[in-house]
Design a protein around this ligand. Structure first.
Ligand code: AMP
Length: 460
């Protein structure tokens, strides 16, 4: 079995890894580290949860320590771009943890918080800068960041950056950085725009690919409960009575919905907070910290806000709403069963959401066990659900013509569906082949079949 020492990592890194309790490199670490130590460019097909952060940060730290350069005001040697603030902060934490016995300085910069501290840190001198594209461009354009000595450039979660509309920012940034550098690009999927971007930024890259999404999901005990929209809140409260749900991440499609779910839980003495794009960065960080510390048992999140969140020991992921982009399902349930642990995902599926379930099953290439909830919400739940449906409908009504479809997907969710979302069977290394042998789930089939109309109480 390969060890970190066998990968020729230097002693200060091995010591830091021991401190973290990591002994065996994950597959992406085994595949990527030797090439990266040689200075090769790399195209990595991997998603969070595979250990990809260490796969790129360890060799970068090693090469920087082995070929030291004097730290100078505003100059950086490594630039890591990430789509969200939370992910940028996490990556910077990883660099700091793994580099704890090296004399290298890492900071993260992102929007939503003051710039003063970031500018003064850059002024003092930074080796590794982890940034979201917008704040990076702002500070670089104002002359706070000098790139002449840049040796390492990493684009993490490139497909997410594309989804979030950062492609133009990325192109601008790529024009700013020196041609001679080591470049790494990680993406879970490879839509055409990202493939084109990879062609322009990478030079003779090695390609590494780990655990196809469909098999990643296999470590997770996945279940679906058919429930009407108006009864979802009552079902969630009931499910949360299960003490084995120690830390639950609940996904809502909309920001408004996330707030309401967390209020409803809190009103039932289930400590919960919501995290989404309308919350200030400080509120988001506080919710995340409380969740990590166990002060709250439930974090309710939208897809964008949850992107890249790495919290240990999330026992359950609950899809209050099913995502209309099937890849999001994989990203969501991947928040549980991190590293070597296992986890459970429970997805609520209303009648309207059944087409989304079919898309998900097609992507993961299996039918999910289903059961039917008999939980009934209150009259006020029913009225709220009607109000929500009306609100959603009024949002859809003006959508006509060219952008009609896109608006229909929007709701008040945080970001539009990828305009040219890659068909799951194209280009993606993780995509299933076309067609699906046992496609359609049915309440009368699957694990729930033997106990139709059973209450999902005691569900794990
Ligand atoms: P990432 O895919 O980078 O988000 O990492 C997923 C999780 O795995 C993080 O919590 C890491 O700290 C953890 N991790 C990374 N490498 C290892 C390893 N070799 N052994 C055990 N855990 C790891």
């Amino acid at each position: 079995m390969t060890t970190f020492t066998a990968l020729a990592l230097i002693e200060p890194l091995i010591r830091a890894l021991n401190k973290e309790g990591y002994t065996i490199p994950t597959p992406i670490q085994q595949q990527a580290i030797p090439h990266l130590l040689e200075g090769r460019d790399l195209l990595g097909f991997a998603q969070t949860g595979t250990g990809k952060t260490a796969a790129f940060s360890l060799p970068i730290l090693q090469r920087m320590a082995t070929f030291p350069k004097k730290r100078k005001a505003k100059e950086i040697r490594a630039l890591i771009l990430a789509p969200t603030r939370e992910l940028a902060a996490q990556i910077a934490d990883s660099f700091n943890n793994y580099g704890t016995f090296l004399d290298l300085k890492t900071i993260a910069i992102f929007g939503g918080v003051g710039r003063g501290r970031q500018i003064s840190d850059l002024e003092k001198g930074v080796d590794i800068l982890v940034a979201t594209p917008g704040r990076f461009l702002d500070l670089a354009n104002e002359g706070h960041i000098v790139l002449t000595n840049l040796d390492f450039f990493v684009l993490d979660e490139a497909d997410q950056m594309f989804d979030m509309g950062f492609i133009h920012d990325l192109r601008k940034i790529i024009k700013m950085i020196p041609a001679k550098r080591q470049t790494l690009l990680f993406s879970a999927t490879m839509p055409t725009d990202i493939a084109n971007l990879a062609n322009t930024v990478l030079s003779n890259p090695v390609t590494v690919e780990v655990t196809p999404v469909a098999t990643t999901a296999e470590k997770i005990d996945q279940r679906v409960i058919f429930v009407e929209q108006a009864n979802k809140n009552a079902l969630l409260v009931q499910i949360m009575k299960d003490p084995t749900i120690t830390r639950a991440l609940v996904f809502s499609r909309t920001k408004h919905g996330a707030n309401k779910i967390s209020q409803r839980l809190s009103g039932n003495n289930i400590p919960a907070e919501a995290i989404h794009g309308n919350k200030s960065q400080n509120a988001r960080q506080k919710a995340l910290d409380d969740f990590k510390a166990g002060t709250i048992r439930v974090l309710v999140a939208t897809d964008i806000a949850a992107r890249g969140i790495d919290v240990d020991a999330v026992s359950h992921v609950i899809n209050f709403d099913l995502p209309n982009v099937p890849e999001s399902y994989i990203h969501r349930i991947g928040r549980t069963a991190r590293a070597d642990t296992t986890g459970t995902s429970i997805s609520f599926c209303s009648t309207d959401e059944k087409p989304f379930l079919r898309d998900i099953e097609k992507l993961i290439r299996k039918s999910l066990p289903t059961e039917i909830s008999t939980t009934v919400g209150t009259e006020s739940d029913r009225l709220t659900a009607i109000d929500d449906a009306k609100r959603e409908l009024s949002r859809k009504t003006p959508a006509r013509g060219k952008f009609g479809d896109q608006k229909r997907h929007l709701g008040n969710s945080e970001k539009p569906r990828r305009p040219n979302a890659m068909p799951s069977n194209k280009l993606s290394p993780n995509a299933p082949s076309q067609g699906r042998p046992n496609s359609r789930p049915h309440p009368s089939k699957g694990a729930g079949a033997s106990r139709p109309h059973q209450r999902p109480q005691g569900s794990r």
